[in-house]
Design a protein around this ligand. Structure first.
Ligand code: PRX
Length: 613
């Protein structure tokens, strides 16, 4: 199948595309004439919410679509029929508030069923959603709402996290202060916490729903109509709105969920990601629901109220497929194996990981302790930009290797090249590239076509460059080496060093800042910031704390530096560029390796290392 999928992609994808329920069939599988902007399944009309809901009513109406558990332990379940009704109603409510096809909607919510409802309701109306992870700060919300020109925001009063209610509506209020572009803020009641109210703009979800008379039918969308924007970090200070369209993205999410997770009718599938990230889009919402799967959704933190929380949920809900991140696995490894032994995990039959390279030690632990040495592990490599899984074992088909994402998925033609774009020998490191268009590929960066071409298509003309390094071994298995640009991967979340640097220099005490990643046992990578203060600092500890809070306010808690080192000067080249490579060595306490001949002032480096200069 794989050979066919890369030798005859149009034949292969044409068949897969026809498995989706179309309102009007497509006429052409791939139009690559405007490369690198692909068009897939052109001429057809469909609706993503109908793929996820309406098509299942006949055969799976009474099947559970969502089994949700809140952090405090409250459980809610939705059958496909119930979810369909809720989504149709909410879509109608949004239309009644004036939302139209093509308008953008920002969603800033806790992990509650209404988040999935909101996403699917937007798809039903044909209004692209832009989900903003609930951990982002007011400033980050504002940037995204403005960039996407969103006219509606959907949020909640609060959501449970680590035993407390996080006040989400409050962040939205702060984000929208002095901003006129949003006409409606829809608020779901969840946290029961006090919220401020802007009359005319704010409305309760439950009140809107009560007023609906007729649920909304799915809007017929063109294959290439935008389904969603999702912001992610690149190597500049400004996050980019990755654009995904309807048919290609859905075909990719549908097929990859089916094969990579070997989905069967009676599976109970749990992906622990947040819908605020692409993993949640493709593998909590669109992929599993397109396949009619039963999806477990959990609101809270993995270790609240006790370290065995995830395993308790697996046992209680009979989870058979479990998909999580290496950073979570490493956290559980440290918490101690006794929390696992207390729970019956015998229903599990397949495990997955995503977000960063998994170290073999964590892979083996996952295999033994969670998988009982019986469950295959699918280590899935992909990105926000790719829309769905690109490199992964097919369980039961391929021999897995701890630490390798193994082989390209159907339709994915991957390779490893050198600086000149020439293929490197197997076993040698290089740049990962994708050689052919695939249905779920991003169609652009919102409002910035040049940046799209420049970021992904200019390093190696004609090839998609994801920004990762890789090795392919003699068996054809890929080993992802991590980012080769200024993008950090903290607990599987992407952040650019420049974003954190701009946040730091926006503080009045900071003259200059350089941010690098340093290895961290749990989060994979952690942020180390080198900061040159404007004037002599009296209390470095106090300033360090203040700066950490400042970064959290500017971006969100996930961007907080683990360590801040104050320095009089940063190592620079003679032309004034900060030499991050040297700082990375300093941060990990390693010997300075490589060339330092372009360094302008050697004493700077000596001081940073703590040598007697
Ligand atoms: O560096 C790769 C790493 O995560 C990046 C994509 O991040 P994001 O768009 O936030 O999406 C994360 C979830 C799909 C990639 O460029 N990455 C993701 N999965 C893996 C990985 N690195 C190694 N192995 C993986 N399985």
């Amino acid at each position: 199948m794989h050979r066919r999928s890369v030798e005859d992609p149009e034949g292969f994808w044409g068949e897969i595309g026809r498995e989706l329920p179309w309102i009007e069939p497509f006429t052409e599988v791939l139009d690559w004439s405007e490369a690198p902007v692909a068009k897939w399944f052109t001429g057809g009309k469909l609706n993503a919410s109908a793929i996820c809901l309406d098509q299942h009513l006949a055969l799976r109406g009474e099947k559970k679509a969502i089994i949700w558990e809140g952090e405090p332990g409250d459980v809610r379940e939705f059958t496909y029929r119930e979810l369909h009704a809720e989504v149709g109603k909410f879509a109608a409510a949004l239309k009644a508030r004036g939302l139209k096809k093509g308008d953008r909607v920002a969603i800033y919510m806790p992990m509650i069923p209404e988040l999935t409802v909101a996403v699917l309701a937007c798809a039903r109306v044909g209004a692209p959603h832009s989900v903003i992870f609930g951990g982002f700060s007011a400033q980050a919300i504002r940037d995204r709402v403005e960039d996407g020109d969103c006219s509606v925001v959907i949020t909640a009063d609060g959501g449970w996290r680590r035993g407390k209610v996080l006040p989400l509506k409050q962040e939205v209020d702060a984000a929208l202060e002095g901003y006129e572009g949003v006409h409606s803020v829809v608020c779901v009641r969840r946290g029961e916490n006090e919220v401020a109210w802007t009359e005319g703009r704010d409305c309760w979800y439950h009140e809107l729903m009560d007023a609906v008379e007729e649920p909304a039918a799915p809007e017929p969308m063109d294959s290439e109509d935008v389904l969603f924007l999702l912001y992610t970090s690149g190597s500049t200070g400004k996050p980019k709105g990755i654009v995904h369209t309807t048919a290609g993205y859905m075909a990719g999410a549908y097929l990859s969920t089916r094969y990579v997770f070997d989905l069967r009718e009676d599976d109970v599938y749990w992906c622990t990601a947040d819908v605020g990230w692409v993993t949640g889009h493709s593998y909590i919402v669109y992929g599993p629901l397109a396949n009619g799967a039963t999806v477990v959704m959990y609101e809270g933190a993995p270790t609240t109220p006790h370290p065995g929380r995830f395993w308790e949920l697996c046992e209680k809900h009979g989870v058979t497929i479990f998909y999580t991140a290496p950073t979570a696995i490493r956290t559980f490894m440290r918490l101690g194996d006794e929390h696992i032994a207390e729970h019956d995990l015998s229903k599990l039959r397949l495990l997955g990981t995503v977000g960063e390279p998994i170290n073999p030690e964590a892979w083996i632990w996952y295999h033994k302790l969670i998988g009982g040495e019986r469950c295959p592990i699918v280590d899935t490599w992909w990105q926000t930009e790719t829309g769905g899984i690109m490199i992964s074992p097919l369980p039961g088909v391929q021999v897995t290797k701890p630490g390798s994402a193994t082989r390209p998925f159907f339709g994915v033609d991957a390779g490893v090249v050198d600086e000149q774009g020439q293929p490197v020998e197997d076993g040698k490191g290089g740049y990962l590239v994708i050689k052919k268009p695939w249905p779920g590929m991003l169609r652009g960066i919102w409002g910035d076509e040049e940046r799209f071409k420049e970021t992904y298509w200019s390093k190696f003309p004609g090839l998609y460059f994801p920004g990762d390094g890789a090795v392919r071994d003699e068996d054809g298995c890929f080993w992802i080496l991590g980012r080769v640009d200024d993008v950090l991967n903290i607990s599987g979340h992407r952040l650019s060093t420049m974003e954190v640097e701009s946040a730091l220099v926006s503080h009045p005490s900071v003259a200059e800042a350089a941010v690098v990643g340093m290895p961290d046992e749990v989060t994979g990578e952690a942020i180390c910031a080198f900061v040159t203060p404007r004037k002599e600092i009296e209390d470095p500890d106090a300033l360090e704390k203040e700066l950490i809070i400042h970064v959290a306010n500017e971006i969100g808690k996930l961007a907080r530096p683990k360590e801040i080192r104050f320095t009089d000067a940063l190592p620079k080249t003679r032309s004034g560029k900060i030499m991050r490579r040297l700082l990375r060595d300093v941060a990990k306490g390693a010997e300075i390796a490589g060339d330092t001949t372009t360094l302008e002032d050697y004493t700077v480096l000596a001081k940073l290392r703590g040598d007697e200069a």
